[in-house]
Ligand binder design. Structure first.
Ligand SMILES: Nc1nc2c(ncn2[C@@H]2O[C@H](COP(=O)(O)OP(=O)(O)OP(=O)(O)O)[C@@H](O)[C@H]2O)c(=O)[nH]1
Ligand SMILES: [Mg+2]
Length: 321
């Protein structure tokens, strides 16, 4: 099951309490203050990993928590500091505090500091001084930080492939990259985004959109969050459909209903499955599409040369962005 959104609690560790106690030596009952300090609470870090399916492993987790610092003990023994917690998140995850609306983005494989553990409390031994040789005070550790967070994956992608179901997006991703996305001659074969690497550029094959996706039809359009960050769109239209021009308009409408800014992204229109129509029809279609967008390309996965030419064009285009 692919999961790209969940809600969890995240907390750092609480600081351990300092205590009040007295040293006892043989023959001396009251040998001065001996209450140890508490340990520092553990911090929380977020670390990006290249695993877009990772959030599904967290679906039963209600809370991530760093370790609390232990309390101090007698004979001036300090409590152990709580272990820090590193939480792995797929690169591109946005973590939003539900109470404050503040958010951070996990974009790096180096752990990023997220929540500070509570400071330790001090035992009475800590307060001993020339003027205060028998302090009776101690302080408690400071509370943990954190709260409830929305965890939302927004893939970091160079080129997002969109289109109707069955347009040939996954087949094309497989032809252009080493990806092994599932392909089928039916609609909605793809139910979660697939990624591929094209000479260092990340391509994402997004599940098919249909008319009314914005109202929840088909798979809905929530997964369009994954192209909110793409540099460019590859709008795939199957030449074999009865009215490809209408398909183009429909998909643009659905994109706009999700987020108007998607319509401003650089877009390449790609006519797929060109082997299914004769040249004349294809030419007419390309001419008509060029009136809507001057960047129109064509491909058939059955023709290696057309795949190679497309790959070169896409890399050239992506290098410019
Ligand atoms: N003739 C021909 N068939 C193709 C071509 N590209 C894909 N197909 C076929 O079209 C069907 C759909 O391909 P997919 O790649 O699964 O389509 P999709 O756009 O990923 O579909 P969804 O995952 O449902 O959105 C499959 O049966 C493919 O074999 C092509 O260039 N020519
Ligand atoms: Mg697919």
């Amino acid at each position: 099951m692919f999961i790209d959104e969940l809600t969890v609690k995240i907390h750092s560790g609480k600081g351990g309490d300092g205590i009040v106690s007295w040293m006892h030596f043989k023959g001396i009952d009251h040998a001065g203050p001996g209450g140890g300090n508490g340990g520092q609470g553990g911090d929380v870090y977020l670390r990006g990993v290249r695993d877009i399916g990772l959030l599904s492993k967290y679906r039963f987790i209600k809370e991530f928590k760093a370790e609390d610092g232990r309390n101090g003990s007698k004979n001036c023994m300090h409590g152990k500091a709580g272990d820090d917690l590193i939480i792995d998140m797929p690169i591109g995850t946005v973590v939003t505090n539900l109470e404050t609306g503040e958010f951070v983005e996990v974009l790096d494989e180096t752990p990023m500091f997220f929540l500070k553990g509570g400071n330790r409390g001090y035992g009475n031994a800590h307060f001993k001084g020339p003027k205060n040789i028998n302090p009776k005070e101690s302080t408690n550790g400071k509370p943990a930080q954190g709260g409830e967070y929305k965890i939302e994956l927004k893939l970091v992608v160079d080129l997002g492939m969109v289109g109707l179901p069955n347009a040939g997006k996954s087949s094309l991703l497989n032809s252009l990259t080493a990806s092994k996305a599932k392909v089928g001659s039916y609609q909605f074969t793809t139910i979660a985004p697939n990624l591929g690497d094209l000479y260092g550029f990340v391509l994402a094959d997004i599940p098919g959109l249909i008319e009314g996706a914005s109202e929840g039809r088909g798979l809905g359009h929530n997964f369009l969050r994954h192209i909110s960050r793409t540099k460019a769109l590859l709008h795939c239209i199957s030449a074999e459909n009865p009215d490809p021009l209408k398909d183009y308009v429909l998909i643009r409408e659905e994109l706009g209903k999700y987020d108007k800014s998607l319509l401003d992204k650089p877009e390449t229109v790609l006519v797929t499955k060109t082997d299914t129509v004769d040249d004349k029809i294809l030419k007419k279609l390309v001419t008509a599409l060029k009136k809507k967008n001057k960047n129109v390309l064509t491909v058939s996965i059955l023709d290696d040369n057309s795949v190679k030419a497309l790959s070169d064009e896409l890399v050239k285009m992506l290098r410019k962005i």
